[in-house]
Design a protein around this ligand. Structure first.
Ligand SMILES: [Zn+2]
Ligand SMILES: [Zn+2]
Length: 339
């Protein structure tokens, strides 16, 4: 099978490798589509938690093509998504039930062979059937699972007002989750472009503030003027150091700031500890997810969370470089790869 492979950071090749062999508790998924995520760019550059050599791709969608001898409840031909996380179950954190903090956290497409390939072997307990979603739409299940974990971390109260910086797939899904889980107002702030258009089409938010990419400063100043300290929940989902620094100014006294983007390891923010102290601001980190796939499938497959049109570009594996270029251009919402 053809696969995208990094021998080391920044050393990309399209290689032909054997189809993986499955163990008795695994299934072989014939990949039909695999989403590309902002994380993949950081991975390619050697940041984040990658282990090399690596076949990336952690937003895996496909059809079951082979089943291990002890697997129950799945049959060949089932359309499915795969939860990419692998938890050791025996480290300090796993034994306390804090699986996300697993010291040996592995992930298909991050530390182990993932979905930018023809086939991927997955433990059957991590496989979830889909019915109504198209292959492209189903690439949003993993990002939705991560967003659900973010909601679990936030635990928004009824009637909160929220602002989200960033209208990538994550921002669009988080906005919808907030709307259907009690927020009285959701404001989306993002650069003008295809992502904000999709956010509007899907009615993800209640209000949209589109910043001019070339010269965002006047709008940013106006935004600060009008909205400083006006939100119970502020979500930073751009991965920008500058916006992460500014985002705390939008938190209402007693409110929460969710740090949700993927940042460069060298990024730093400067916040006033006096403000955090006096305003009793809660700063929350949210990273990946575990065990959120069932709820993500339920939300997306039922259409309660809308993802139609979010995949704007599809590339074949052999054109992965072009897909990365498109990702860097910031003119796509979700990009997916097909074998
Ligand atoms: Zn992702
Ligand atoms: Zn563990």
């Amino acid at each position: 099978m053809d696969a995208v492979r990094y021998a080391a950071p920044n050393q990309l090749d399209i290689v032909n490798v054997p189809i993986p062999e499955i163990q008795e508790d695994q299934v072989l998924i014939k990949v039909t589509c695999c989403g590309i995520c902002g994380t993949d760019r950081h991975l390619a550059e050697g940041e984040f938690i990658g282990k090399f050599p690596l076949i990336p791709g952690h937003e895996i969608v496909g059809i079951i093509s082979q089943i291990g001898s002890s697997v129950k409840g799945l049959i060949i031909g089932d359309r499915c998504v795969a939860d990419n996380t692998i938890l050791c179950d025996s480290c300090y954190y796993c034994r306390r039930g804090q699986y996300l903090l697993c010291s040996n956290f592995d992930s298909l497409g991050v530390t182990k062979a993932g979905g930018f390939a023809g086939f991927v072997a997955v433990h059957s307990k991590k496989v979830f059937k889909i019915n109504n979603l198209t292959d492209e739409e189903a690439t949003l299940v993993e990002p939705a699972a991560c967003a659900i974990h973010g909601m679990d971390r936030l635990r928004p109260s009824v009637g909160v007002e929220a602002i989200i910086f960033g209208a990538g797939p994550t921002g669009i899904i988080l906005a919808q989750l907030l709307k259907i889980n009690g927020a009285s107002k959701v404001v989306i702030v993002a650069n003008k472009g295809v992502k904000t258009k999709i956010a509007r089409d899907l009615e993800a938010g209640d209000e949209y503030i589109e910043l001019d990419r070339e010269n965002p400063h006047p709008q940013w100043a106006k935004l600060k003027d009008e909205y400083q300290g006006k939100f119970d929940i502020v979500i930073e989902a751009t991965g920008s150091q500058a916006i992460a620094t500014d985002s705390i100014n939008f938190v209402r006294r007693g409110g929460s700031l969710l740090i949700y983007g993927v940042y460069s390891n060298a990024d730093r923010v400067q916040w006033s500890p006096a403000k955090i102290f006096q305003d009793e601001i809660t700063v929350i980190g949210s990273f990946a997810q575990t065990h959120c796939f069932p709820r993500a499938v339920a939300y997306l497959d039922s259409g309660k969370i809308k993802v139609k049109g979010m995949v704007t570009d599809i590339f074949f594996i052999k054109d992965f470089e072009k897909a990365l270029e498109k990702l860097r251009s910031k003119t796509a919402c979700k990009i997916a790869l097909r074998p």
